[in-house]
Design a binder for this molecule. Structure first.
Ligand SMILES: [Zn+2]
Length: 131
């Protein structure tokens, strides 16, 4: 798959458009097995907070939080697609849904990717919050 240094991305319905700064491509693409990520199943990679810009449709994004309410999980309120989240393990980063990248027709060609053990978070062994 071709990853551009500045790569556009969108939710499924197109209401939410965003742009990622990916000078080093996709760094450590991965799954996470926390209670949230294992349900949504996306392959994610991360950028610094200033590496993600919402171009359009910010008003359509909904925020979902749980447990310690640290991670911020965003999804499109129209089509339901997970776009990105602010990480709990590193709040200075967003992780994003690689399947949302323009031109990426098969994110699963990245498999096998690492599975982050989000159910055993270093900050709390009781499980659950998203990384
Ligand atoms: Zn949408």
């Amino acid at each position: 798959m071709k990853i551009h240094p500045v790569h556009n991305a969108s939710c499924h319905c197109g209401a939410v458009q965003f742009q990622l700064s990916l000078p080093n491509g996709l760094v450590e693409p991965r799954h996470c097995s926390c209670s949230m990520c294992r349900r949504r199943g996306a392959i994610v990679a991360s950028v610094p907070l200033d590496g993600l810009t919402i171009l359009k449709g910010e008003e359509h994004l909904r925020l979902y939080q749980f447990n310690t309410m640290t991670a911020k999980h965003y999804f499109c309120s129209i089509c339901g697609i997970y776009t990105h989240h602010q990480r709990r393990s590193n709040p200075n980063e967003f992780s994003f849904n690689i399947g949302c990248l323009d031109g990426v027709e098969n994110p699963f060609e990245l498999e096998p990717v690492k599975v982050l053990d989000g159910g055993n978070h270093p900050k709390d062994r009781d499980n659950v919050d998203g990384r």
